[in-house]
Design a protein around this ligand. Structure first.
Ligand SMILES: Nc1nc2c(ncn2[C@@H]2O[C@H](COP(=O)(O)OP(=O)(O)O)[C@@H](O)[C@H]2O)c(=O)[nH]1
Ligand SMILES: [Mg+2]
Length: 410
């Protein structure tokens, strides 16, 4: 989905002609009759102080109170979004906005819209995305609960920064400014703006802002929205979700196996060895999931390139995988058979023979599995044109085998 999709045509109004608007202030609003009017007035004051020509857009999701009337009375253009949700509200508002600079903020009077000149100042210096930071600014008494301020927000912000190598100080700020160019580049779908900003390599700046207690009750739920945030980060990060845990568990399984090699004579030893083998098998499965996920992410345009992932892609081909899989299975089979035949020491005693047998079985399982893994990987790698540009017939290509198939659209 791109941002420039059609929106309900604004009523003919010279004041909203594109060439007459520099800055669009967009506010989502759901039942904020106590504050939306003040916010719209402050936004107009902010626009006036900036010396630019602007518009104020309030996006309503069917407020059941007097929000719409208050917003209009204060001079806002109210647009309606049928689909619920804060993210959807923003998408609608961005689509309606005409300015080359877009400012976004809550309509609960927690952000001070008269500070618009400060917020957009970096844009004049060439920045494309400005984050209003409450943590480097001021958080007034009662504006944020203790748990948000000292636990929720810092933890989530740190996770975001670590996972995506960012350096933002306030990942959940609702007061931001961006340029039209930045908006188009981000091609937003719903959430995760700072991520998209990073991926689109926007020039990003932070400006300290003041956060005041909101009027009315919060519409977001900390746990639910916190979880959505983490979920979204994980979905965009196969490395942290799959690759790293996969490597850790695989290593733990095999190294643990070596550490217990000499241990014997007890059921505990045997249980430990089997458990470690299972750990290695599941770990390697998770690691392979990482490969699938990274390939998929790249296919849908979310992937980031790195030297390692390029190497993996070149190395992890169907032919190599099948060869290595077969090799592993043969080595494993050899190990198991040799332990059975040699019979130096009963396998059931749980000593080194048991370890080698378990390692052999593990290798057989991993080797066999690898055949299916690489086939699946090859499937995920099949190239497919985007549905939007799909002509009557499409060619699906497999780069690795250099072959293709033509599909006719029904
Ligand atoms: N249009 C619309 N606005 C919403 C929705 N949910 C929240 N908002 C608005 O989005 C802004 C942010 O929500 P808020 O409750 O202040 O979240 P908080 O700042 O994280 O506590 C406020 O202006 C809300 O009125 C929604 O479903 N639709
Ligand atoms: Mg708010």
């Amino acid at each position: 989905m791109t941002m420039r999709r059609a929106v309900t045509a604004p009523p003919i109004d010279l004041g909203r002609r594109k060439d007459l608007v520099d800055i669009s202030v967009v506010m989502p609003c759901l039942n904020e009759e106590g504050s939306v009017g003040i916010c719209v007035e402050k936004a107009w004051e902010g626009i006036r102080r900036s010396g630019l020509r602007g518009e104020v857009i309030v996006v309503d999701n069917g407020s059941s109170d007097g929000s719409v009337a208050r917003a209009e009375a204060a001079g806002a253009w109210v647009v309606h979004q049928a689909e619920r949700g804060y993210g959807n509200a923003y998408l609608k508002g961005f689509g309606a906005a005409q300015g080359r600079i877009i400012v976004m903020g809550d309509s609960d009077d927690s952000y001070d819209f008269t500070a618009i000149p400060d917020l957009i100042r970096p844009i004049a210096r060439g920045y494309q995305y400005v984050l209003g930071s409450r943590f480097s600014g001021e958080i007034r008494k009662g504006a944020m609960s203790w748990s948000h301020r000292y636990i929720g927000s810092p933890v989530l912000t740190t996770i975001l920064n670590v996972m995506f190598r960012l350096r933002v100080s306030d990942a959940h700020s609702g007061f931001r400014a961006l340029t039209r160019v930045a908006l188009d580049k981000m091609a937003l779908q719903c959430e995760g703006m700072e991520l998209k900003a990073a991926q689109a390599r926007l020039r990003t700046a932070e400006v300290p802002i003041t956060y005041s207690p909101r009027v009315g009750v919060s519409k977001l739920n900390a746990l639910k929205d916190g979880w959505r945030h983490v979920r979204f980060l994980l979905l965009l990060s196969p490395d942290y979700l799959f690759v790293i845990p996969g490597i850790v568990f695989t290593a733990l399984g095999f190294l643990g196996q070596l550490a217990l090699l000499a241990m014997s004579g007890s059921s505990v030893a045997l249980i430990g060895k089997v458990a470690l083998a299972l750990t290695a098998v599941s770990g390697s499965q998770v690691l392979i999931f990482g490969l699938f996920a990274k390939t998929h992410a790249k296919n849908v345009g979310l992937g980031t390139y790195s030297r390692v992932s390029e190497w993996v892609e070149k190395t992890f081909t169907l032919a190599h995988g099948m060869l290595v899989g077969t090799g592993l299975a043969i080595v494993g089979l050899g190990l198991v058979v040799s332990q059975l035949v040699a019979d130096r020491q009963p396998i059931a005693a749980g000593g080194p023979s048991a370890s080698l047998t378990i390692l052999g079985l593990t290798a057989i399982v991993l080797g066999g599995k690898l055949w299916f893994d690489v086939f699946f990987l090859a499937m995920v790698r099949l190239k497919r044109p985007s549905p939007l540009s799909m002509p009557l017939s499409v060619v699906i290509q497999d780069a690795e085998s250099d072959s293709s198939v033509v599909l006719e659209r029904a």
